[in-house]
Write a protein that binds this ligand. Sequence first.
Ligand code: AMP
Length: 717
Amino acid sequence: MTQHTDQTVTPEPEQQSLFNEQAMAATASDPAARVEELRRLIEHHTYLYYAKDAPEISDFAYDSLMRELRELEHQHPELVDPSSPTQRVGGYVGDQFAAVRHEQRMYSLDNAMDLNELDEWLGRLEEFFGRMVPVVCELKIDGSSIALTYEDGRLVRAATRGDGTTGEDVTVNMRTVKDVPLRLREQGRDGVVRPGAFEVRGEVYMPKKSFDFLNRAAEANGGKVFANPRNAAAGSLRQKDAAVTAKRDLSTFLYAIADQNAIAAETQWDMLQWLSESGFHTNPDIRRCTTAAEVHEFCQQALENRGNLPYEIDGVVVKVDSFAQQAAMGFTARAPRWAIAFKFPPEEKTTLLRDITVQVGRTGALTPVAELVPVVVAGSTVARATLHNLDEVHRKDVRVGDTVIVRKAGDVIPEVLGPIAELRPADAEPWQMPAECPSCGSPVIREEGEAKHHCISIECPAQAQERLVHWASRGALDIDGMGDEIVGRLLETGRVTDVADYYTLDAVELSMLDMGRVNKDGEPIRLGQKTAQKLVDAIQASKERPLARVLFGIGMRHVGKTMAEALAAAFPSVDQLRAATEEQLAQVDGVGPKIARSVWVFLHTPANVEVLERLAARGVRMADDVVAVDAGPQPLDGLAFVLTGSLVESGMTRDEAGAALKALGAKVTGSVSKKTSYVVAGEAAGSKYDKALKLGVPVLDESQLMTLLETGQLPEL
Ligand code: AMP
């Protein structure tokens, strides 16, 4: 749920009165009580939203409760508690995971590979009890097993299954999973008082959409691509930095309790009910069956409906309903005898690999793509599948002309598993990455230690939109008004192909730019005179930006704002930068050999040189004025600052505040470490603030910052 962010929201009047007046009254008299109250309220509404899909308050109201709690915890650090809902998105970097011994073993499941094997198992049940006993059918969620321990209603530990006897302690990470209750009400909706300590078990999974999104982003940035949602869930859970887990959109379905005696339920069915009543997320797709035919029907429906579910399933788990009957059957060394996993048939087909083409992403990453003779897999036609990168093509050893095995589970990304060796044509050659970008013909490069090849030409059309928008963005050349839509139109009309073309636009021509839409009379909508003039003024103004903005705006790989500033400080003109050797570049603060190589190659790629020359010819400043006189010692010399949150009272942007600090001699960096001297926390400060607290870095609020900027004096803390 993206709406529940911790961004500052401007409250609407009546909602403000509903929440904030109460808040202020309680805050003034007893902050601890208000914090308690807020935590309860937020937990209740989180439960309604995530576990029940039935919110009772607006996202706005939820956000304001969260904001108030965050503020109170900020003002009263002694009230901060790891169980607080504000701690879900943590910036912790945990040590590697500690081992957890499971008090009750976490078993695997025996499999039935088809309906015959399922019937054999049902037959064994009937034999054992002398009759068919009730069973519960559940979906088999394709995620990772998880065990959650609660003590006095608080989540105290989360552990993976591991080898069944010993798992890994992933508590910090699981706290970030939004549908996991951190604290339970003392009694469930059913009125039953919860036991002091108990352990619930289930599956943590990644929804298909999030999985696709994650992989697509990884693909574009050359990051790790997960084979399936199950791996993605397990991988995301086992992150060293819980903040990464928090961003991964994991969810849970809980379906078991370690010690069945801990609760009043006597059947699987009632236990699922109890879990749901207690605030855990349970899967609604369950059925209690008393005949084999009903079980078959459930399996069949699950198989047919599989593609429509927002998460991945790989079968159906059938469990004896009664706990007493479960106990009578017991366990084998590996799995319970009272349950079976009916596995869906594999969704694999063979087809011909016609070709391997190369796709150029918006960031210049090159991805080989398998072009297949179309084949129907799992109900949909597959004609293309990503092969990720060159190493992957070689590891799988797929060649053009091969007959390959293609897999597709549900509606998740299709995958080429590998070739059928016997069917390979005699002349099939191992595939190679082309030496030139298929989009623009520039040389393709692969940096050391990276899986992806890249095209780094500024003129590559596949990357044009991204590059043009980035150049105009606020931190770069800051051409106000030059956003995605106008850039898109300029590209489409062919009027602009690279950033140097911006500086040839005039107001008359721009005012006629066809926006690709029509008004109610069917006439094309044009940009218009006023907007065009504003844009041209902004373009003109951008010519005078400092060199660091140009170096950031031009879009060299690995060169962010801070790096661009360091480069501009060391080499105050593009000419000097181009004249530098890789070794000289590597000496610059924070650069190092890898980035030095990347910068050097960029600045010596002919297409890029040509654009830089055209920019200079059109009046864009390519050098900073070097201040010859030493300004002498500055009050903040040697101190490193990090800014987080937004500065509300002064109305300054973070960039402006950063520039003001630098003018006093400070260094301003992007992330908090032990070396950070001060963190300035504005409104809605996020994980950097948390990290400052963790590392004991002093935090300044906005008014302290203003005093510092005015007087040059550090406040006493
Ligand atoms: P496998 O990993 O193939 O041996 O299958 C066993 C695993 O299936 C268990 O460890 C659980 O993590 C998982 N599983 C998924 N859904 C369920 C469910 N509804 N009931 C029991 N186990 C499940």
